[in-house]
Design a protein around this ligand. Structure first.
Ligand SMILES: [Mg+2]
Length: 266
């Protein structure tokens, strides 16, 4: 097993045995289950992948969750007709297996004040996109990379003004979210309750925002899988989104062929 300080690009993922209901699965969406698109609205999860996730969820007593920076309402659209337990906005929204929703709120007035500040500034940066998520904001600059420094500076000034908020850099995006909210905390919260508790967590993600999730899963002796290039705390690696799809398809095929489950390699 490789560690965070080593090159994870050649790490061989371990065999996973599905026959004892031992594993809980957590998936990031953009860049993991879905190819990144220039417009966030253009992202889709292929129907075959959704079908395979349903098989996996049915097999694992619904211990399959989405963990994303997107709001849960968007995750539901992407996964439809599947409705999975989900952590949206990096965990500021949590929906458990029973459908109970827990949502972090900002102090009154903070979100509206921040929205005005960000909108006003980003109007001066053509091609940038402000995504409002209620208690968090995503400042996208994929279409206008020349504004990267200005967008980062804007986000930093917003966080300086509102100390209950913190920054989360990502791929061509910087997010502003409440303190203490991250994917590691979200996965840890899921793992404390059925059907996740007592299982070994598997988390697959691709971005900086997933690193705290990898740390949390490593701390639980779970399986952390980084998709794509870049240094990571994850112990294992898949090259690209299609490899994640192939891996899920492989599990699905096995579940259909052999209901008792057998060991397979990630
Ligand atoms: Mg991602």
């Amino acid at each position: 097993m490789t560690t965070a300080s080593q090159d994870n690009s050649t790490a061989t993922p371990p065999p996973v045995n599905l026959d004892d209901g031992k594993y809980a699965f957590f998936f990031d969406v953009d860049g993991t289950l879905a190819e990144i698109q220039s417009e966030p609205d253009a992202v889709t999860i292929p129907s075959q992948v959704r079908d395979n996730l349903k098989l996996l969820a049915d097999h694992c007593n619904s211990a399959v969750a989405l963990v994303s920076g997107r709001p849960i309402v968007q995750l539901d659209k992407l996964a439809a007709p599947l409705v999975l337990p989900a952590a949206g906005v990096h965990g500021a929204e949590l929906r458990d297996v029973a459908g109970n929703l827990h949502r972090v709120q900002l102090a009154e007035g903070v979100a509206s004040a921040l929205q005005v500040k960000l909108e006003t500034a980003m109007e001066e940066m053509p091609g940038t996109l402000l995504e409002t998520k209620g208690m968090a904001f995503a400042l996208h600059y994929r279409q206008a990379p020349q504004f990267e420094k200005q967008v980062l500076a804007l986000a930093e000034s917003a966080v300086a003004e509102f100390p209950e908020l913190t920054l989360q850099p990502g791929k061509c995006v910087v997010e502003i979210k409440p303190h203490g909210i991250d994917k590691g905390a979200a996965i840890t919260a899921f793992m404390q309750h059925a059907p996740f508790n007592g299982r070994t967590p598997v988390f697959v993600g691709d971005d900086l925002t997933d690193e705290k999730g990898f740390h949390a899963v490593n701390g639980l002796q779970g399986i952390s899988v980084k998709v794509g290039e870049g240094a990571s705390a994850a112990h294992y690696h898949l090259d690209q989104v299609t490899d994640v799809h192939d891996w899920i398809a492989k599990i699905s095929l096995q579940l259909q062929q052999d209901k008792t489950g057998k060991e397979f390699t990630l």
